[in-house]
Design a protein around this ligand. Structure first.
Ligand SMILES: Nc1ncnc2c1ncn2[C@@H]1O[C@H](COP(=O)(O)OP(=O)(O)OP(=O)(O)O)[C@@H](O)[C@H]1O
Ligand SMILES: [Mg+2]
Length: 379
């Protein structure tokens, strides 16, 4: 039975306390008793089939019957404690402080302004005195160094303990009372070096940026995600299970369908969607007339669909693209665009932090905690 793993909790059913016992009857009939967290456990048939397969293949067993029941409150509490402990145990060693808010800026499709929003949010946070890490996870299509006017080279120093892999040093840009610490493939320079790094890193660059970097003490770590949904999202969910998603969408109603796919991915990786940011929300011409160039309502609709707050609506403004091209983020200027980004910073700072669950099955635990009621707090 030790080989039967609960696919959601990632541990075997014996250690999780789900295996209650087995009786061996006449004629090789084995009855296995399993306790599930909820009677309607979506994985019930998978667990049953797994038990049947494994027990059924033992010599002398002719038939297997799996009898399921629902766990008692105390059993559920014990299971949660075990699952949390195990998840903590399994999490990769990273030295990003536990208090750092990790926000991954994602979208369903490309070109909606993820990178522009990310650098302006980073600049706006730093302007207020925060220390902000910015991980450019768009390995092939990096744009962060240009948008922040940074052109340093990626530095690596030998690990302090010696023997280990070299540590990557983020490039630092001082902004007001704070600073932005950036890691990006854009800091690879020199052909030889690039070739060496590419071979070493390309597939696992994001992992290196998380696991082998000296980020130091950060208030925020923003991750500029590549377009679409894929490996990087899943990898991030595994390496930084406390990451939260900010989903950028345009106001087009159609765009919100694609964006909600990104939200689905976040949920599958059990990342919370902290909020939606609508970008390119119309254009106001010099005469003051408003043009909804990309439609309207997409951000509010997506926010409602996924049950996350709409944190900001950033209009189309020439300062945003000009700032990106010149390396001077519009958030650091004055005027309406800087005010829009300041409002976004306010909204992001105000989002209540995630209660940390580390790697464990947030969805399942939600169900279990819901079933246990308010008394389960602190379990
Ligand atoms: N609010 C805005 N007003 C004007 N231009 C904008 C705005 N937001 C983004 N842009 C411009 O739109 C283009 C795409 O933006 P950006 O590169 O930030 O998108 P992205 O979602 O990161 O793209 P990719 O998917 O390729 O990474 C850029 O040229 C940028 O300057
Ligand atoms: Mg981008």
């Amino acid at each position: 039975m030790l080989g039967v793993i609960d696919p959601e909790l990632g541990d075997n059913v014996v250690d999780l306390g789900m295996f209650l016992g087995a009786d061996i009857g006449a004629g090789g009939l084995v009855r296995v008793r399993l306790a599930l967290t909820t009677a309607a456990c979506p994985l019930r048939s998978q667990l049953q089939a797994d038990v049947e397969g494994r027990v059924g293949s033992l010599p002398g067993v002719r038939a297997v019957e799996v009898v399921t029941s629902e766990m008692s409150r105390q059993q559920k509490r014990d299971l949660m404690a075990r699952a949390r402990w195990k998840a903590r145990d399994m999490a990769p060693a990273i030295d990003i402080p536990g208090r750092t808010r990790v926000l991954a800026i994602s979208s369903g499709k490309g070109g909606v302004g993820k990178s522009s929003v990310t650098v302006n949010l980073a600049a706006g946070l730093a302007r207020r005195g925060y220390t902000v890490g910015l991980l450019d996870a768009d390995i092939a299509g990096f744009s962060v160094p240009r948008m922040l006017g940074m052109d340093g080279r990626l530095q690596a120093v030998p690990s302090a303990t010696g023997g280990g892999r070299p540590r990557l040093c983020p490039q630092v840009k001082a902004v007001g009372a704070g600073e932005i610490r950036v890691l990006s493939m854009g800091f690879l320079s020199g052909e030889d070096e690039a070739v060496m790094w590419r071979g070493l890193m390309l597939n696992r660059a994001v992992q290196h940026f998380i696991e082998d970097a000296d980020w130091g003490d950060l208030d925020y770590l923003l991750v500029d995600m590549p377009p679409g949904t894929g490996d990087v999202q899943m990898g991030l969910a595994r390496m930084l299970p406390r990451a939260e998603m900010l989903i950028v969408t345009t106001p087009a109603l159609g765009a919100q369908k694609v964006a909600s796919r990104a939200a689905d991915m976040a949920r599958k990786g059990y990342l919370r969607v902290a909020g939606v940011i609508e970008n390119m929300s119309g254009f106001t011409d010099p005469q003051g007339a408003h043009h909804a160039l990309f439609g309207s309502g997409g951000g509010a609709r997506l926010a409602e669909d996924i049950g996350a707050p709409l944190l900001a609506q950033i209009p189309i403004r020439p300062e945003v693209s000009a700032g990106g091209d010149s390396g001077n983020p519009a958030a650091l200027g004055s005027g309406d665009t800087a005010a829009d980004f300041a409002a976004l910073v306010d909204a992001v700072v105000a989002v209540a932090p995630l209660v940390e669950m580390r790697d464990c099955t947030a969805r399942l635990l939600d169900v279990v905690e819901g079933a246990l009621g308010p008394k389960s707090a602190g379990v």
